[in-house]
Design a protein around this ligand. Structure first.
Ligand SMILES: CC(C)(COP(=O)(O)OP(=O)(O)OC[C@H]1O[C@@H](n2cnc3c(N)ncnc32)[C@H](O)[C@@H]1OP(=O)(O)O)[C@@H](O)C(=O)NCCC(=O)NCCS
Length: 375
């Protein structure tokens, strides 16, 4: 029996959705290199691509957008929950709970989950997840919840709800590209969770809830928040070298660096780096990007590790004025489209995930000692 710790190198299924080519540093969505998509298509086209495995024509996109934007309104009990959740709760925990709650108010919940019902759930969850994050953020700050709108893109709508008014085109275009870059990523941990959950023929809401719980960890989507905490702790460019040296000596992980599959550059990182540089220059505060560049350089020199998607996305979101604890929820908003695509694909040809484990406990043959005689 060969154990692969962390399932490294194990091929768990086939997919037509995305491919992470680790040695070449390539990410492919349904045949398109991410570098071909970023900047040429919008996030909504990428969602359509992942769900239909083709880019939409104008008519298909218009129909799809109408459908998606028509599903933004949250059920009242979910809004009440967002208003009454503890103000200091972690937004990822609130998002996980609210997505799970949506299942309670799905009128089709008692019925057999047909492909049509599941597709409708994909649309509904993808349309609502950003509203959930933004509404909780408003509510915890004692602010009113703006009504949902159907004339804004996903990125525009999230920023509008979070800030209470539409934001600049530059801000929403930046977020739209970040959404594209985060939409899907092969058999990453949260996608695997979603697939495992739906493979038991559980329900769509449970699968996405499991994925959110998995994404929040600091070794996965939570790393982007860790990057900002690290930059704040370091404080200035001249302190970077000493910080990294000490962290490595103490065998601490540097957030936003390294990757299980990419052994060369994460192809999403250069896009985010370019956006981070542009935004930092505009803000007139190049400190964050300078610190980031030095950290990336040192980690390459000392450990031959590269920056990953979370490293520069942190500075991008920070520069857009987004609060740090919404970074991982933003990742979840974008990845939700990929999770839904993967869940739908799993259901097309389902087989229960049921790996083995190597037993390394005590050998068989122990006898039960009556409870009162046990030491
Ligand atoms: C992503 C990650 C979990 C992949 O890790 P993995 O494939 O399990 O690799 P390991 O954790 O076993 O690390 C392998 C080696 O690289 C080192 N390493 C990997 N990432 C590191 C990091 N971010 N900082 C410092 N050292 C790191 C490990 O210490 C280990 O070194 P060693 O062999 O000398 O003990 C890991 O790189 C990491 O924890 N990165 C920080 C969190 C992060 O940015 N996550 C987002 C991923 S998109």
């Amino acid at each position: 029996m060969t154990v692969s710790r962390g399932l490294e190198g194990v091929v768990a299924n086939s997919t037509r959705l995305s491919d992470v080519i680790g040695d070449k540093g390539q990410l492919i969505y349904c045949g398109y290199d991410i570098n071909e998509l970023a900047g040429k298509v919008s996030y909504k086209e990428v969602v359509y691509l992942l769900w239909h495995r083709k880019l939409p024509n104008r008519k298909e996109l218009d129909t799809f957008v109408r459908e998606l934007r028509g599903e933004r309104q949250l059920p009242e009990p979910v809004i009440d929950f967002l208003k009454s959740a503890p103000r200091d709760a972690e937004p990822m925990d609130v998002m996980r709970t609210a997505i799970s709650m949506l299942g309670l108010y799905d009128p089709d919940m008692g019925k057999e989950a047909t492909p049509e019902i599941n597709r409708h759930r994909a649309v509904s969850i993808t349309a609502k997840i950003g509203v959930i994050a933004a509404y909780f953020h408003r509510a915890r700050n004692g602010k009113s919840l703006p009504p949902v709108r159907d004339d804004l893109t996903e990125a525009e709508h999230f920023l509008y709800l979070m800030c209470g008014e539409p934001q600049s085109k530059e801000a929403s275009d930046t977020l739209d590209i970040a959404f594209i870059l985060h939409a899907d990523h092969g058999m990453n941990a949260s996608t695997f969770s979603a697939r495992v959950t739906i493979s038991t023929l559980s329900d769509f809401y449970s699968a996405i809830t499991a994925a959110i719980g998995t994404l929040k960890g600091p070794l996965h989507g939570g790393a982007n928040e860790g990057v900002i905490h690290m930059l704040e702790e370091i404080g200035s460019v001249d302190k970077v070298d000493a910080y990294i040296e000490k962290a490595l000596a103490e065998k601490k992980k540097i957030m936003g660096i390294g990757h299980r599959v990419y052994k060369t550059l994460d192809p999403r990182a250069p896009h985010l780096r370019a956006m981070a540089i542009k935004l930092s220059e505009k803000l007139g505060d190049p400190k964050w990007i300078k610190m980031s560049e030095r950290i990336a350089q040192l980690m390459k020199e000392k450990k031959n590790l590269n920056a990953n998607v979370d490293f520069y996305s942190a500075t991008v979101y920070y520069s857009l004025g987004i609060p740090t604890d919404l970074f991982t929820p933003i990742f979840a908003i974008a990845r939700c489209s990929g999770w839904c695509a993967q869940v739908l694909e799993q259901l097309e040809d389902n087989r229960l995930y049921r790996p083995l484990s190597e037993y390394v406990g005590e050998p068989i043959g122990k006898k039960v000692v009556p409870i009162d005689e046990r030491p």
